[in-house]
Each structure stands twice: as structure tokens, then as C-alpha cells.
Design a protein around this ligand. Sequence first.
Ligand SMILES: Nc1ncnc2c1ncn2[C@@H]1O[C@H](COP(=O)(O)OP(=O)(O)OP(=O)(O)O)[C@@H](O)[C@H]1O
Length: 236
Amino acid sequence: MIEAKNLCITINQSDILKSLNFQVAEGEIYALLGGNGAGKSTTLKTFLGFLKPTTGQAMINGRAVKDDVKAVRQHTAYLPESATLYQHLTARENIHYFLSLANISKTDSEVDQAFDRVALQPKARDRHMSTYSKGMRQKTAIALALLREAPIFFLDEPTSGLDPVAIDEFNQLVSELAANGSTILMVTHDVYGACQVANRIGLLREGELVGEFSAPAGQQIETELVHTAFTQKDMA
Ligand SMILES: Nc1ncnc2c1ncn2[C@@H]1O[C@H](COP(=O)(O)OP(=O)(O)OP(=O)(O)O)[C@@H](O)[C@H]1O
């Protein structure tokens, strides 16, 4: 579903991603874990079609992203660290607006079903987004993705700034999405958050994947691997 194949990104003669290889299967939650500057955002930007690989490929459903960015975007949902929805519109108005941009029409009752799935309180649905917490904004963004029937999710630091209850709710929602067949790539520097929700974790250091392991929910990540991932080469 999602695949990095010898993916290299070089910017101004600096190698940002160095022959990255990983795969995320349908129904899987993969966390790309790394410190500041490891290359997490660069990886996401490449899969979103904002950056072209210098060499190698970022593939979605067997197709190179750079060859058909528009088609790929139709099948993907991107949740940036702060969901970019209109503050002066209600959650429901945002949903209808963004669906109309994609030429999708849904009834209010269908929108409510999506809000039910993400557990957005009924009384909040017709309130301006400016009154929303980050957790509520994320729920709205996921409801939108569900209505767009996007099967692939890219999540950027999804739990940063969320309180523990909102983190639990978010993790549960993401797990449900995966259980229903969605494919999820998240980037984060939150080791324990990644362990709680991901099926597999890739450790990224200075643009290189230095470790990859299965992480059933709640499993503790090996301390040594974390140390490796978060320590710069010249400091190790
Ligand atoms: N346009 C650019 N020009 C030059 N260097 C860049 C550019 N974009 C990213 N980099 C460099 O690439 C490296 C990886 O950056 P990236 O933003 O992907 O890291 P990150 O893992 O997302 O970090 P953070 O957790 O701090 O957001 C950094 O050293 C960064 O300075």
C-alpha cells in the first residue's frame, strides 16, 4: 500500500533521506520515529507529492506518487500537526465545504454518522471551529477523511498537545481505522505514543532507517534502539 523504495532526497547537496526502504501494508499502523531533523517531515512531504525523490520512489498502491500526484491525493488523508480547517465555520460547514471541493455530496445525516464514528459530541457539531480543542479538530479532520473514503492516512505528530484522555481516544480511533482496513503512516518523536498505537515502528536517524520492529500495543521499545535513534552519529 505505502512503500519507500531506495528513497533518496538530496537538497542543496545535503542528503536528507538516504535510501529509505519500508512498507506499510493495508490495515497496518506504521510509526516512523526519530529525533528533530531525522527526516520525518521530509518523508511525509515526499509521499504527499510536495517533494520529488532525487532517486528511488515513494509509492502508493504500486504507483509512484510523483507520476500522478492528483490521483494519489484522492486516496489519501493528511492530518498535519494542526488540522487546517476554517475557524469561522462550524465543523459541519467545514465538512460540507471540503467535500464540495472534492465534488462529493453528503447529507447531514451521513455527516452525523461520520461524527458519531469519531465520537464528536453532537452539541459541538454546529459550533465554530474556533471554539474547538486540538482533539476535536482532529476528530473533524478524520470524519472528513471517512466521508471522502480515503483509505490511506498520513499523520504528523498526531498526539502532540493532546491530554491523556484525548490521546487514548485518538489511539482508539486510529486503531479502529486500521481494523477497518485503513493504512496509516504516522511520524512522531513520541516513543511511548508510537508504542501504544503502532503495529510496527521504524527508527529514523539522520535520514537512515536504523531499526525496524513490531510493536504490539503497549510494548516497551528497547532502550538501546531509542538511544540509537535519538543520538546524532557524531555524538554516539
Ligand atoms: N528545504 C530544505 N533545505 C535544506 N535543508 C532542509 C530542507 N528541508 C529539510 N531540511 C533538512 O533536512 C533535515 C530533515 O528535516 P525534517 O524536517 O524532515 O526533519 P524532522 O524529522 O521532521 O524534524 P522535526 O522533528 O524537528 O520536525 C534537517 O536537517 C533539515 O534541516
